[in-house]
Every structure is written in C-alpha cells, then in structure tokens.
Design a protein around this ligand. Structure first.
Ligand code: PLP
Length: 404
C-alpha cells in the first residue's frame, strides 16, 4: 500500500472515531467501492466479502438489476409517507405475499422495527382475539437471542452487555433455552401470546437447533393458541439454502419477520407477514413509520425478489453452502472445534485455546478475505449467494492458511 492511500485509510478511520459514537469495533479497513462479492479499499486492494453486511447482501454488492430499479425509481418518486398512497407499495405487498405465501404484509425499515411490529401485533392479537386479561400477555423468547437493539428488544436479551445501563425494561417476556422443547412446553401457558425465535441463531454463533425442534415448538404453540413467530431477518431470502429457514423443518410460522436482504443490499426495508386475522387487529393510527413502504425501497425490493428467483440464488446457496462447508470441514487445524450452519450461513467455532476469533479475522483480512467474529470464538462465513465454486476454493486456501 503506498503511504498516501494508507494515510487516507487511517485518516478516514480517525474521522469516524473522532466524530462518531464508539458503539462498533470494525476491522481496520475502509471500503470505497464494491461489486458482486468483491470490495476495494482506497488503495485499490481487493477483498472478498464473506460477511455480506450480516446477510443483507445476499444478491452481492450493487447487483445491476437492483441498481437499475433504484435509479429508475429515484427519477420518478422516492417518498410520500403513508398519508398518501404510492404506486409501488401495493405491487410490492402483493409480490412479497406471493413470495412468502402469506395473506398480508406490513412494511417497516429495519429488522428491529419489524420485530417491534411483530411484538405489538402479538400482544394486540392476544388481547383482542385470544382474550388474554389486560396487561398479562406473555411472549416467550430464547436465551442467546438477537432481535435488534431497541430498549424493548434488548430488555429480553440474555447478553449482559446489550442490556447494561439501558433499563428499566418492558415486562412480559420469558426466556427459555434455545433448542430445549421441554423448557418451552413448561413456559407456555394461557397468557402466552407468542413464541419468538430465530430458526438459526445468527449473532449467537450460528446455533442450529436440533432437527424437529421447530416443528415441536409450533405444535406447543398450537395447543396453547399462541402465535409461532419466526425472525427470519438474518436467515431469510435464501441465506440458509431455502427461501426461509423454517422450511428446513416444515414449521410454517403464524407470523414471519424479514429485513436485510429484502432490500437487495441497497435500501433498508423490512416487513412482517401474517394472516388477515392476525394483521387486521391493527387499525389506522395503531402503528406506522414515515419511511415504511416508501416507493424507492419498494421498487428496489420488488426487483430484489425477482432476481432471487431468476438467478436461482436460493438453490445456489444450498449447493455452494454444502460445498463450502465440506471444504471447511476438510481443513486440518488444531484450532477448529466445529463447523456448523445451513446453506451459506456458516459458523466455524474455535477451541478456547485458539485465543479468540478476532486475530484470525485480522489475518484473513490481510490475505484479502473479509469476515467477522461473532462472540469470541466463532468466525461467521456468509458470502453473497452469487459466490462460485472457484471463489470458494480461493477463500478456502486463505482460511486454511490463517488457521494453520
Ligand atoms: N433479527 C435478527 C435475527 C438479526 O440478525 C438482526 C440483525 O442482525 C435484527 C433482527 C436487527 O436488524 P436491524 O439491524 O436491521 O435492526
């Protein structure tokens, strides 16, 4: 790297550090351009993106069709608020319902907002339809969950740091061990309005529940007339080799929460889908968002959904995921404890004596491969779904070298 551009990277990092809140600890790289699975720094050095913005870039960076949809729509109409109708919202809602197989959808912007939406819907449904006594609604969640960062949502996190200094928190949440069906059975009662879960826990370290867990959990919810609510923000849109991760267990949720890749890696857009019976507990004025359902994000998302289908990205994720996982399992390293995941959502857990995942991520970065540790000992590999075998081989060589 020449000194001038090395200085430029350092200067940009320092600017962000000086004028920004210190709520992140990014790898020391600045990205200035990107295309497909590759990104470049100010020096023109190329890196393979193996994080995909935490699964928001399933289509890769700047997919040409998604960018075209963005530019075309930007020339026509970008924002109306929901005080008026816009011509992209209706078609997007229909196309999302067709894609997911649900009756109705509600748009928001970020994953966490969609989670909040689902929590409000579950409670309102609980009071108005299930007739839970006022103020008694309970929502069961899993230990080690990650559903976002609002006060309500961190309130039911089990991660001390996510909560420290942010209380008091909303009551009405019960925590059970993820993957333990008997704990769930014991926790659900007549006041339970929902069980909220991630079909694979992403931020917790790519935790895959035992086969059959989701199906059994759904059955418990059904017995107690509680909503079975999947957070597919990270696992959705092909990331795990199916359109949605619950499909691996054939456990269709009553409500599904989506975000990230719904915006094709270009616009923030999130949604909750459900049946009419559940969604229509909301009346005008009950819930909303200025930018939710804006025509720019809807137009981008419509094209993103079409690209997923046309380019068979979901099938590719299943095939490439299998190939990648096999390659990772074949690496001989004294540090590897386990490789797990589904599709292209893969976690490589290191043994405690490896000294943490961060140093390996930094070593890989220096070899042109960008990935990020999740918690201390897991490296997450989640490349865009457009990745090829040749590119996976390229990555495997570097991963093996870093883990030697
Ligand atoms: N739910 C899950 C499962 C997530 O992984 C995330 C983010 O990583 C969120 C919700 C929050 O999404 P956002 O950061 O867009 O608010």
């Amino acid at each position: 790297m020449d000194t001038q551009t090395a200085n430029l990277s350092a200067q940009l990092i320092e600017l962000a550090d000086t004028y920004g809140a210190h709520n992140y600890h990014p790898l020391p790289i600045v990205i200035t351009t990107a295309k497909g699975i590759w990104v470049k720094d100010p020096d023109g050095r190329k890196y393979m993106d193996m994080l995909s913005a935490y699964s928001a870039l399933n289509h890769g960076h700047r997919h040409p069709r998604v960018i075209k949809a963005l530019v075309d729509q930007a020339k026509k109409l970008t924002l109306t608020s929901r005080a008026f109708n816009n011509d992209q919202l209706g078609p997007w809602l229909k196309e999302l319902c067709d894609f997911t197989g649900y009756d109705v959808a509600l748009p928001m912007n970020t994953g966490c907002e969609a989670v909040e939406t689902a929590l409000k819907l579950a409670r309102k449904w609980g009071y108005k339809v299930k007739h839970v006594p006022e103020g008694k609604a309970e929502i069961v969640v899993c230990a080690n969950n990650f559903h976002g960062r609002t006060v309500t949502v961190v309130g039911f996190s089990t991660e001390a740091q996510y909560k420290d200094g942010f209380g008091p928190f909303s009551p009405g949440f019960k925590v059970v061990k993820f993957g333990d069906i008997e704990e769930l059975r014991a926790a659900v009662n007549e006041n339970t309005v929902a069980f909220l879960f991630e079909p694979i826990q992403g931020e917790a370290g790519i935790n895959v529940p035992p086969a059959g867990y989701l199906k059994a959990a759904k059955e418990i919810c059904k017995q107690h007339n509680a909503l079975f609510v999947a957070d597919e923000v990270q696992t959705g849109f092909g990331r795990t080799g199916k359109n949605f991760c619950w499909q691996h267990d054939d456990a269709r949720p009553d409500m599904m929460i989506m975000g990230k890749a719904l915006g094709g890696g270009v616009m923030p857009i999130s949604a909750v889908v459900a049946s009419r019976e559940i969604m229509h507990v909301l009346n005008p004025g009950d819930h909303g968002s200025t930018f939710g359902g804006n025509p720019l994000a809807c137009a981008v998302s419509r094209e993103a959904l079409r690209v997923l289908k046309d380019e068979q990205l979901v099938e590719k994720s299943a095939e490439m995921g299998e190939y990648f996982m096999q390659g990772l399992r074949a690496i001989k390293s004294p540090y590897i404890k386990e490789v797990r995941g589904k599709g292209l959502l893969i976690g490589l857990e290191l043994k405690p004596e490896a000294g943490g995942a961060r140093r390996f991520c930094e070593a890989m970065m220096n070899m042109g491969l960008l990935c990020k540790e999740t918690h201390d000992n897991v490296i997450r590999f989640a490349p865009p779904l457009i990745i090829t075998k040749k590119e996976i081989d390229w990555a495997l060589k570097r991963i093996a070298k870093a883990l030697k």
